[in-house]
Design a protein around this ligand. Structure first.
Ligand code: SAH
Length: 352
């Protein structure tokens, strides 16, 4: 039993079955035993690999996008570049290095990192230097012109799951059965997002992503109060759909979400339609999401891979394929852009 499983069992014993959002929040963020709070999980030797860790090209091309958006904003002499969940700081390091092609961009940038993990904050500081500001949430990031970036951040924010069974509504909860953690169903009056009288087929799972939508709304509000753009990259679907997408990954393999609490990464697919709606409801503009393949290709992935191949050989093309290949990250990962209301279309995005 992991130490966190002991903590979770004692909460369940005293308070009853636990909602999945609480379970997920404890698994990822428990101050002592939470997955992100205790380790650097990235890379071949860790549990999973993210796009910035696959190749410098990813952060560089995001950097080129940021420079072009900063210019479209009228090249403000000071602006905030805010990254949510920066991991090892690799994306930001590559972005800023690519940004040096326009020195005024780097000079104007004030870097703000929204990160809850003390371990990863230390890694980010070692990578990026001390001239950055760290925050627990967006609330403490100063107002002003801004570019917001999030790669594989929203998938780590807790979700709830509901199930439609025999004409009734239930919430999926973690309880204890036969001496082990078990998923169970707790009756509820209604399912968020399901209108009164609306039904689903038996066993249908509906995910509630309101914790993510709250963060998306905060970004949307910032885009309305100050000029700015946002780029959200994650794995997920463009249109809302029902289904269980919660998954646990450990050492590059899927494991049961109830095994190894605190020692496996827990994520769920991002519902981009819900994120876009939360941003748009604040009055910001959202654009139709692109696949990661289309976004990176439009930003010059092919050319960059060719230049890198001179130095790296075949590894450059292999990295390009991992990032943009149809059966790799290219299709599953989506890129959503949003901007202040008066902005023109941010290349390479089209209207929503
Ligand atoms: N963007 C990075 C890391 C993705 S993993 C990359 O692409 O490599 C998720 C990141 O979000 C980690 O840095 C994790 O510590 C951070 N994180 C998870 N939950 C968070 C929360 N609620 N608030 C802020 N950061 C969080």
């Amino acid at each position: 039993m992991t130490p966190l499983e002991g903590v979770i069992r004692s909460i369940i014993e005293s308070e009853g079955p636990m909602r999945l959002d609480r379970y997920m929040a404890l698994c990822l963020g428990h101050p002592e035993f939470g997955y992100y709070m205790t380790r650097d999980p990235f890379g071949e030797a860790g549990d999973f690999v993210t796009a910035p860790e696959i190749s410098q090209m990813f952060g560089e091309l995001v950097g080129v996008w940021c420079v072009s958006q900063w210019q479209a904003m009228g090249s403000p002499s000071i602006f905030n570049i805010v990254e949510f969940g920066p991991g090892r700081g690799t994306l930001m390091a590559d972005l800023l290095r690519a940004g040096r092609i326009v020195p005024a961009f780097v000079n104007a940038a004030r870097v703000h990192l929204v990160e809850t993990s003390p371990v990863l904050r230390t890694t980010q500081m070692a990578r990026l230097g001390a001239g950055m500001a760290w925050h627990d949430t967006l609330a403490s990031v100063p107002e002003g012109p801004a570019i917001f970036i999030a790669n594989e951040f929203f998938d780590a924010l807790p979700i709830r799951q509901f199930e439609w069974r025999a004409g009734a509504c239930f919430e999926r909860c973690v309880g204890i059965g036969e001496g082990a953690l078990r998923l169970g169903l707790a009756p509820v009056g209604s399912i968020p997002g399901l209108a009164q009288g609306e039904s689903r087929e038996d066993g249908c799972v509906i995910e509630d992503t309101s914790q993510r939508d709250v963060v998306a709304a905060q970004i949307g509000l910032r885009l309305v109060t100050s000029p700015g753009v946002a780029l959200i990259i994650d794995y997920g679907h463009v249109h809302s759909a029902s289904g269980d997408t919660l998954q646990a990954v450990r050492r590059h393999d899927f494991v049961d979400i109830l095994d190894h609490p605190g020692e496996a990464d827990l994520t769920a697919h991002v519902d981009f339609a819900a994120l876009a709606q939360a941003i748009a409801e604040q009055g910001a503009r959202v654009y139709h999401p692109l696949t990661q393949a289309r976004f990176l290709q439009a930003m010059g992935l092919e050319e960059r891979a060719r230049v890198l191949a001179v130095k790296m050989g075949d590894a450059a093309a292999a990295a390009r394929d991992r990032l943009a290949g149809e059966t790799q990250m290219g299709n599953l990962f989506k890129v959503l852009a949003a901007s202040s209301p008066g902005f023109g279309l941010p290349y390479p995005f089209g209207s929503a």
